[in-house]
Design a protein around this ligand. Structure first.
Ligand SMILES: [Zn+2]
Length: 188
């Protein structure tokens, strides 16, 4: 038994119509995949195969959380994953996944989707992924920030760093809660 045998879909032997397969992609799966982007997670994958003649339209629905390293502080963070991807597979002579249609050798008649699932998860991760405001490892992000800010004024870098990640006005440096606090101190 190969370590990804559970992810083999026996295309050729499927009857015409829709077939649903479900997988729970947990830490065990990510450990086996052994790829740097995602090391842990818990994602539910629903895979629907629609067979029409020798064409297979495969729909992947992925929902759950991937554990990633935060861009700002490097600590683990939960990245929600929710995506839907499609793959068209045909039976043919030699295996190929270069084009939009994946060709699976007719003799084998099956496809292992373990790596496709992983690729779709990675594709759905935003380029910049960071903790929610205030949830970063403060000591670590401070150290990293100082490192980055060697040539820049540190305060300036801090406001830059905050505003580029957040659309929320509250965190853009003009935090209204701060202003309130300042008012209180001023009145004292
Ligand atoms: Zn963080």
């Amino acid at each position: 038994m190969g370590k990804f045998d559970a992810y083999i879909i026996p295309l050729k032997s499927l009857s015409a119509g829709n077939h649903t397969f479900e997988y729970q992609l947990n830490n065990d799966y990510f450990t086996k995949i052994d790829s740097p982007e995602v090391r842990k997670g818990n994602i539910k994958a629903q895979v629907i195969v629609k067979k029409t003649g020798s064409v297979f339209e495969i729909t992947f629905n992925l929902e759950g959380n991937a554990i990633l390293s935060c861009d700002r502080c490097l600590d683990d963070m939960e990245q929600p994953i929710s995506c839907k991807e499609n793959l068209c597979v045909k039976l043919g002579k030699d295996f190929s996944d270069e084009d939009e249609v994946v060709i699976v050798p007719e003799e084998e008649g099956e496809i292992n989707i373990a790596w496709f699932l992983y690729e779709f998860i990675v594709l759905s991760i935003p380029i910049k992924h960071v903790h929610a405001p205030g949830k970063c490892n403060k000591a670590m992000s401070m150290t990293l920030r100082k490192h980055k800010a060697r040539n820049i004024n540190e305060e300036e870098d801090e406001s830059l760093d905050e505003s580029e990640n957040l659309t929320d006005n509250e965190e853009s440096g003009n935090d209204p809660r701060w202003d309130k606090l300042k008012d209180i101190f001023d009145n004292d």
